[in-house]
Design a protein around this ligand. Structure first.
Ligand SMILES: [Fe+2]
Ligand SMILES: [Fe+2]
Length: 487
């Protein structure tokens, strides 16, 4: 094989040149991901594939204009292009995390593409990359590429990657602490949920075992009183929101359950039932669910069937356990309210299960703050909380409503806060020790100067000397809360 220094990708500091790399890096990830998607469904001789390959080579050439090579490394959940960390902006989030997973699945640390690479080599590399989807072949990918005489593409196994330089850079800028771990867990859960939903649509029944596996780390984290993952539920503007909604409802439910004092096993079961609460939607035509306008009465009737469809799907699961029964009940009742308004129609003596009351609360809070094309703008999490505690409160069990406030705090993640010292800060995660003082990222200093993007200043949590004077509305500020939460 080739010479050794392939593993070392020196880090760089932020400068004009790295700005260009950031921009091209984002394009490269988008193109690479599109290329993989096309390669999954089309033969390499197909027009669509050729077009994608051409686009990818185009971006590659642009990077090469100023660089000796294109070295894309995946370290600790971040991509680095020639040593510059690529940010996962809101629009890039899902592509980014799906690609990280592709690398991880193959135990791949990085790809170096050298000057002189040809489309034919790229094509060969992609074929091998796709073939290594199989876990038995995954670890062999670097060898396979070397053996296939793809001379201008060198793969570095994760184990061989010289992480020192990179992880040092990472430690300085963005400690891979609790929040970093939470992000990883969150995206893993979103992608895993996507797989569960897609498979359920094909097989007609959800995979309960998979769901349990996804929920376990969430429960562990919340039991350890680590709440960064609760803050991540504030991320709404990305193209996998449908699946993230299930994860958000699961995370919020587990956290509400913990505030109510439920034991670990009950929390784990609650998390699974919450993750699957909307599974019946796979039986509803997608264009109805995505319709950007108000639904006609007969369309609405179809959508309102999803709680029952969910129960039907769960009946098809093998072996009837108490967890299956709980999941059925939560699916059936999650659009019922505490005052028994909502749907489906039930008799007056019907008692909504405690689990469902929790899931219904979490579902409402999450859905209210999500983007809907036909409303002028989604409610901010703070506005949602005001609404739930105000006019909507009769629809919820008061104890569960209280536990929601314990869970998300008085200024939920995503709120832009003006403080008593005239700072502007973004709430990023709740602080159960003091509901009025969340963990924050400082955005603007008292003299009005915004903090530079790379000089991240945080309050972990907001100090006791500060208090919130007002929550800013999106119209009043240029802050892109979604973009900052994603970073
Ligand atoms: Fe629903
Ligand atoms: Fe839902």
């Amino acid at each position: 094989m080739t010479e050794k220094p392939q593993g070392s990708v020196p880090p760089r500091s932020g400068d004009a040149e790295s700005g260009r790399l950031l921009d091209l890096g984002a394009q490269l990830l988008v193109r690479f991901s599109a290329l993989l998607r096309t390669a999954r469904t089309h033969d390499v001789s197909n027009q669509a594939f050729r077009r994608q390959l051409q686009e990818f080579m185009g971006v590659l050439q642009q990077v090469m204009e100023d660089e000796d090579e294109v070295a894309l490394a995946a370290v600790a959940d971040y991509f680095y292009l020639n040593g510059v960390r690529l940010k996962a902006s809101a629009s890039l989030l899902t592509t980014y995390h799906a690609l990280i997973e592709e690398f991880e699945r193959r135990a791949l640390g990085g790809v170096r593409i050298l000057h002189g690479v040809t489309p034919a080599e790229m094509e060969r590399f992609l074929q091998l990359f796709m073939a290594s989807e199989d876990p038995a072949l995954a670890g062999r990918l670097p060898e396979a590429v070397a053996e296939a005489s793809v001379e201008h593409i060198v793969l570095v196994a994760a184990a061989d990657l010289d992480k020192d330089d990179l992880s040092r850079a990472l430690d300085e800028q963005d400690p891979v602490g609790e929040r970093g771990r939470a992000k990883k867990m969150f995206w893993r859960a979103v992608l895993g949920t996507k797989r569960i939903v897609v498979r359920a649509a094909q097989s007609g029944r959800p995979d309960l075992r998979q769901a349990k596996r996804l929920v376990q780390p969430i429960v562990d984290s919340i039991m350890k009183n680590e709440y960064s993952i609760v803050g991540l539920t504030a991320l709404k503007e990305h193209d996998e929101y449908t699946y993230a909604h299930c994860v958000n409802v699961s995370v919020l439910s587990v956290s509400i359950g913990q505030a109510l004092g439920l034991p670990r096993q009950a929390l784990a079961d609650l998390g699974v039932t919450a993750l699957l609460h909307d599974i019946g939607k796979v039986a509803v035509p997608g264009d109805l669910l995505r319709k950007p306008a108000k639904l006609a009465p007969e369309e609405w009737k179809v959508v309102r069937r999803h709680p029952l469809e969910g129960v039907n799907m769960m009946f098809r699961m093998p072996g009837l356990t108490s967890l299956t029964l709980d999941a059925m009940r939560v699916s059936l009742e999650h659009h019922l309210n505490f005052d028994l308004t909502g749907y489906p129609d039930v008799e007056h003596e019907w008692g909504q299960a405690t689990m469902t009351r929790i899931v219904a609360m979490a579902d409402c809070f999450d859905a209210m703050t999500a983007h809907r094309a036909y409303s002028h703008r989604p409610r901010t999490p703070f506005e949602a909380l005001q609404y739930l505690l105000g006019p909507a409160r009769v629809q919820f069990d008061p104890a569960v409503l209280w536990a929601l406030v314990r869970t998300v705090g008085l200024y939920p993640a995503g709120s832009v806060l003006l403080t008593s010292s005239n700072h502007v800060a973004l709430a990023v995660s709740p602080n159960p020790q003091d509901l009025r003082r969340p963990f924050c990222r400082v955005l603007v200093r008292p003299d009005g100067t915004p903090l530079p993007e790379d000089a991240e200043e945080t309050w972990d949590p907001m100090p006791g000397s500060e208090s919130v004077v007002r929550v800013l509305r999106p119209e009043e500020t240029s802050v892109d809360a979604q973009e900052l939460l994603a970073a």
